[in-house]
Design a binder for this molecule. Structure first.
Ligand code: F6P
Length: 556
C-alpha cells in the first residue's frame, strides 16, 4: 500500500480535522442543552444503556465519523473478520474469537472449514472433565478430590480469565456453584507469585492448569516446571498425570512437557491470545470453579454482542460507536489516554484486561501494509473501580489533563446491602457517584459560581473546574455471567473498530518480541557468570554496572 492510501489522506479524515475547530468553539455544557442531540446519543441493547451525549461531539461529528468508516471500509473489514478471512496478515491467520461463543448450529468458516464443531468438541470435553473434577469422580494421586485449581498463564492466557473470575466471584448464582472451591492464577515469573499462589494449598487436592497458546512462553513454562516439581516432590512423579492438565494450541509441546494429551484442551491459531478468554483458556478454569452452565451463559452474552456488532447499523451499533468516539478523541481531539471506571468492585480486573486487549492490539507504528503512520494509534488505558479511583487519580482528570472516561455502572448489585437508618442503600450510594462524576467532568464549575458561593477570592482559581471533559456512561442491568460476556465483547469489538479505522493490524503483537530476546541474552550471561564465573560482557556501561551489582549482591 502506498502512503497515499492511508486513512489520514482521505477527505473524511481531513474533514474531521477541520471540524475540530467547530467543536473547540462549543463547551460540553452547551452541547448538553440540546435535548434532541442528547436523545440521539442514548442507545439501548438488551437492557444495556449507552449514553455518549457527554462526548465533545455533535450529530454532525457523528455523520463525519460514519463517512470515515466508509473511507476505512470498516463494514467490509468486519465482514471479513466474521467470514474467517486472514485479516491478521502479518501472522497469516484469521481472527475468529467470535466462533468461540457461537451456538452449536452456527456455521463459521476458516479456510473453507466450519470451525464451530471443533469449538464444541472442546467445550463438550471441558464440560465432561470439569464435571468429573467437581463431582469428585476425578481424584488426585492419593484418592482425594481436587478442590483447588491453580491456572498458570500470562498475558492473554491470564488477564481475561482473571477478569471474569473476579467478576463472577460475588455473583450469587456463581457462588452457589463454586461451593468451597478455589481458583488462583499464577502469572508472574517472580518466585514470590509462586509462593503466594501455593500458600495454604496442598498438592494432594490441587489441580494445575497450564495455559499457554504457544507453550513456549518463558514465564509460564518456568512456573509450570516449578509447580510440576511441587507436585512430584510431594506426591511422586506419577502424580503429575492426575494433577496437571493443559490448554494450548501446541499439543506436541504439551505432551513433551509430560502432560497426557488426553488431558489437554485445544484451541486454534485463529484465536489471538488476548482474545482467547472464550476458548479453553478461560472456559476450562472457570468451568472447574463455577461449572460449565455458568460459563455457557457468559459465552451466550458475548455471542449476543457479536450478533449486534455484525448486524446493527452503525448508528445503533454500540461497539462501532464506541470505537469511532475513541478515534475521534485520540486522533482528532488529541486525547491519548482513556480511563476505564467501573462502579463495581467485581469489575476490578476489567481495566487490566482491557489494557492488554487495547494496548497490545492498537499500539502500532505502521499500517497493516507496513507503511509508517503519520498519526498515533492506540490509547493509554488505565482504570480502577469507582469510588476508589475518586480518592486516587480523579484530581488529575478533573483539573489536570483531559482524559476521556468510560463510566460503567450496574443497575442491580450482586450483593445489595440496606442499612436501617441510612438515607440510601449502599449500592445507591455507589451509584450516586456514578451519576455525579460525568456531569462534574462535563460542566465543571465557573469562577462566577464560586463567587456566588462566597468562596474567598484567593481560592477561586484553585476551586475552578474548566469542565468540557468527555465521558461515556454504560449502564448494565446486572453483573450476571451473561452481562459479563456482553461487556467483554463490547470492548473487544470496539478495539477492533479503532484498528480498522486506523488501518493497522490489531491482531499481531511484534512489539513484545525485542524485550523477550534481550532478556534471553541476559539470562545466558547470568548463567555463565554464576556457573562459570565469566565476566559480564556485550552490554553497555549502564547494564553492565547494574548486572554486576546484582550478581555481587544477590544470594540467588
Ligand atoms: O505478551 C505477549 C504474548 O504473546 C501475548 O500476546 C500473549 O497473550 C502472552 O504473550 C502469552 O502467550 P502464551 O499464551 O503463548 O503463553
Amino acid at each position: 500500500m502506498a502512503s497515499s492510501a492511508l486513512i489520514s489522506n482521505t477527505e473524511p479524515w481531513k474533514d474531521l480535522k477541520a471540524h475540530v475547530e467547530d467543536i473547540n468553539k462549543i463547551h460540553l455544557s452547551d452541547l448538553m442543552t440540546d435535548t434532541h442531540r442528547c436523545q440521539s446519543m442514548i442507545l439501548e441493547f438488551e437492557g444495556n444503556l449507552l449514553d455518549y451525549s457527554r462526548q465533545r461531539a455533535t450529530l454532525d461529528t457523528l455523520n463525519k465519523l460514519f463517512s470515515l468508516t466508509e473511507a476505512a471500509r470498516v463494514k467490509e473489514k468486519i465482514n471479513r473478520m466474521f467470514n474467517g478471512e486472514r485479516i491478521n496478515s502479518t501472522e497469516d491467520r484469521s481472527v475468529l474469537h467470535v466462533a468461540l461463543r457461537a451456538p452449536r448450529d452456527a456455521i463459521i468458516n476458516s479456510d473453507g472449514k466450519n470451525v464451530v464443531p471443533d469449538v464444541w468438541a472442546v467445550l463438550d470435553k471441558i464440560r465432561e472433565f470439569s464435571e468429573r473434577v467437581r463431582s469428585g469422580a476425578w481424584v488426585g494421586a492419593t484418592g482425594k478430590p481436587l478442590k483447588d485449581v491453580v491456572a498458570i498463564g500470562i498475558g492473554g492466557s491470564f488477564l481475561g480469565p482473571l477478569f471474569v473470575h473476579t467478576a463472577l466471584q460475588t455473583d450469587p448464582e456463581a457462588i452457589e456453584f463454586a461451593g468451597g472451591r478455589q481458583l488462583r492464577f499464577l502469572a508472574n515469573v517472580d518466585p514470590v507469585d509462586v509462593a503466594r499462589n501455593i500458600a495454604g494449598l496442598s498438592p494432594e487436592t490441587t489441580l494445575v492448569v497450564v495455559v499457554s497458546k504457544t507453550f513456549t512462553t518463558a514465564e509460564t513454562m518456568l512456573n509450570a516446571r516449578t509447580l510440576r516439581e511441587w507436585i512430584s516432590s510431594g506426591l511422586g512423579p506419577q502424580a503429575v498425570a492426575k494433577h496437571m492438565v493443559a490448554v494450548s494450541t501446541n499439543l506436541t509441546l504439551v505432551e513433551k512437557f509430560g502432560i497426557d494429551p488426553n488431558n489437554a484442551f485445544a484451541f486454534w491459531d485463529w484465536v489471538g491470545g488476548r482474545y482467547s478468554v472464550c476458548s479453553a483458556v478461560g472456559v476450562l478454569p472457570l468451568s472447574l470453579q463455577y461449572g460449565f452452565s455458568i460459563v455457557e451463559k457468559f459465552l451466550k452474552g458475548a455471542w449476543s454482542i457479536d450478533q449486534h456488532f455484525h448486524s446493527a447499523p452503525f448508528e445503533k451499533n454500540i461497539p462501532v460507536l464506541l470505537g469511532l468516539l475513541s478515534v475521534w478523541n485520540v486522533s482528532f481531539l488529541g486525547y491519548p489516554a482513556r480511563a476505564i471506571l467501573p462502579y463495581s468492585q467485581a469489575l476490578e480486573k476489567f481495566a487490566p484486561h482491557i489494557q492488554q486487549v487495547s494496548m497490545e492490539s492498537n499500539g502500532k507504528g505502521v499500517s497493516i501494509d507496513g507503511v509508517p503512520l503519520p498519526y498515533e494509534t492506540g490509547e493509554i488505558d488505565f482504570g480502577e473501580p469507582g469510588t476508589n479511583g475518586q480518592h486516587s487519580f480523579y484530581q488529575l482528570i478533573h483539573q489536570g489533563r483531559v482524559i476521556p472516561c468510560d463510566f460503567i455502572g450496574i443497575v442491580n448489585s450482586q450483593q445489595p446491602v440496606y442499612l436501617e437508618g441510612e438515607v440510601v442503600s449502599n449500592h445507591d450510594e455507589l451509584m450516586s457517584n456514578f451519576f455525579a462524576q460525568p456531569d462534574a467532568l462535563a460542566y465543571g464549575k465557573t469562577p462566577e459560581q464560586l463567587l456566588m458561593e462566597n468562596v474567598p477570592q484567593h481560592l477561586v482559581t484553585h476551586k475552578t473546574f474548566s469542565g468540557n471533559r468527555p465521558s461515556i456512561s454504560l449502564l448494565l442491568p446486572s453483573l450476571s455471567a451473561y452481562n459479563i460476556g456482553q461487556l467483554l465483547a463490547i470492548y473487544e469489538h470496539r478495539i477492533a473498530v479503532e484498528g480498522f479505522v486506523w488501518g493497522i493490524n490489531s491482531f499481531d503483537q511484534w512489539g513484545v518480541e525485542l524485550g523477550k530476546s534481550l532478556a534471553s541474552q541476559v539470562r545466558k550471561q547470568l548463567h555463565a557468570s554464576r556457573k562459570k564465573g565469566k565476566p559480564i560482557e556485550g552490554f553497555n556501561f549502564s547494564t553492565t554496572t547494574m548486572l554486576s551489582r546484582y550478581l555481587q549482591a544477590s544470594a540467588n
